[in-house]
Design a protein around this ligand. Structure first.
Ligand code: HEC
Ligand code: HEC
Length: 399
């Protein structure tokens, strides 16, 4: 079965990989005659890799067969954006992990994906903007990556400009501010040449794809597998909802009080989950449980008057206290976020109807202080400490 999946992976990139495969894969030398005893032990396949990395590509960690809670039911899993040619495999995601943490993928060996997307901060960053390879700040806040598998295609980046997780994956590498392999630095081809000379990559690519050819498409596939594995199921809300989830109910039990949460947290949970005609604030209509990824059809939330750009939000499962929020990282506390939705949503062409009244004006909830505090308390129950410390996502490079 695994071989079959890996074969499926190779198919679309084989043509692209052709000449590289030839260059990097000379015909095997004829075996020399050996004395019959003692038989020489075969060199371990991971020998070169082990000099650089704390991984064993032949005994990779589990990414492909992770058991999700029951509330990740077939209906929820239907929303997963995995393409047919890139199902997660343990080896593929492990290669993705190496790529994600390799500073050599930046033009001056200073910045990796993981430098900005830090697991300890929900794969986001504690600074409003992140510095790229030359020390220059980007202009958008680093997005959290948890639950990225649950976004419809055509919605990567704050403004949804990238077509898929795969298509997005090498854009930071080619970005002039982030990792620097732009046209002036030789583009992606300069990186491919650089990677062929790094001793661990040909071996890793061979282990995953069957031959050592390094192509942009293969880098994209492996990075996407690693990123899609970042699924958040370890928050206090997850633990509680596992007990009230009920497939037979129309709302699957989402409106039921969660036994592991306090009275205040449950009040905030009701405000979040319930619609505006049902005593709630309708947050869940856009930030959809259980992944808390943004609904595919959602538009902007009115941060600035007259806004024409349609923004997305990362999953609310990727937020940790103190982390800057929104595309420009303008808020650092949930209190500020709730105050914003309460009184400060601004009208504009991109504002979503869910935040408007019937006559097209901005809806002003004007919540009581106790409700605002409860909503804040609920947002904190989505924090997932298990994902932050999961060894499968940590830096695999030896110091
Ligand atoms: C210098 C910091 C930095 C580096 C390095 C970086 N990113 Fe990002 N990443 C960002 C920022 C900032 C955004 C939001 C950019 C935007 O929307 O314009 C982002 C957005 C993303 C998104 C979109 C998430 C979503 O929900 O739409 C993905 C996926 C992603 N990065 C993956 C990667 C990968 C893979 C790498 C390495 C190849 C990487 N990033 C390197 C800062 C960085
Ligand atoms: C119309 C859909 C919609 C509704 C309803 C909505 N949001 Fe949002 N939310 C968004 C969008 C879009 C963003 C990202 C906006 C940006 O950065 O430009 C966002 C961002 C956020 C963020 C920051 C996420 C991040 O990664 O930085 C939080 C927290 C949040 N919303 C909480 C709430 C709460 C609480 C409610 C209910 C009071 C709510 N939202 C209602 C669409 C919505």
């Amino acid at each position: 079965m695994k071989t079959l999946l890996i074969r499926l992976l190779i198919a679309p990139t084989a043509a692209l990989a052709g000449h590289l495969a030839l260059a990097a894969n000379p015909p095997p030398p004829k075996p020399k005659p050996r004395p019959p005893v003692p038989a020489p032990a075969p060199a371990p396949a991971t020998s070169v890799i082990a000099q650089y990395l704390n991984i064993d590509i032949n005994a990779p960690a589990n990414y492909a067969a992770v058991t999700l809670p029951a509330f990740y039911d077939p209906q929820v899993l239907q929303g997963v954006n995995t393409p047919a040619n890139n199902r997660i495999t343990d080896k593929g995601a492990t290669l993705g992990r190496v790529l994600f943490w390799d500073k050599r993928l930046s033009v001056n060996n200073t910045v990796a994906c993981g430098t900005c997307h830090q697991p300890a901060n929900g794969f986001s960053a504690t600074t409003q903007f992140s510095k790229g390879f030359s020390g220059i700040n980007g202009t958008a806040h680093t997005m959290g990556l948890a639950n990225i598998a649950f976004y419809r295609d055509g919605s990567m980046f704050w403004d949804k400009r990238a077509a898929s997780v795969e298509a997005q994956a090498t854009q930071p590498i080619k970005n002039s501010i982030e990792m620097g392999f732009d046209a002036s630095n030789g583009g992606i081809n300069a990186l491919l040449v650089k990677m062929q000379a790094l001793p661990y990559y040909p071996e890793l690519f061979r282990a995953v794809y069957g031959d050592p050819a390094i192509t942009e498409a293969r880098i994209q596939l492996a990075l996407a597998q690693f990123e899609r594995s970042m699924i958040s199921v370890g928050s206090r809300w997850d633990q509680g909802y596992a007990r009230t989830y009920n497939a037979a109910l129309a709302d699957k039990g989402l409106s039921l009080d969660v036994p592991t949460l306090s009275a205040q947290e449950n009040l905030g949970r009701r405000l979040f989950m319930n619609g505006v005609n049902n005593g709630g604030q309708g947050c869940a209509a856009c930030h959809q449980p259980p992944s808390f990824a943004l609904a595919p059809n959602s538009r902007s939330n009115g941060l600035d008057a007259g806004e024409t750009r349609v923004f997305k939000s990362a999953s609310l499962k990727s937020l940790s206290p103190g982390q800057p929020m929104m595309h420009d990282g303008r808020f650092t506390t949930f209190e500020q976020v709730v105050d914003f939705y309460n009184l400060n949503v601004k009208n504009g062409p991109a504002l979503d109807n869910r935040l408007k009244t019937r006559d097209g004006n901005v809806r002003v909830p004007n919540m009581a202080a106790t409700d605002k505090a409860a909503l804040v308390a609920f947002l904190k129950t989505l924090d997932d400490p298990t994902l932050r410390t999961d060894a499968r996502f940590g830096n695999p490079f030896k110091p």
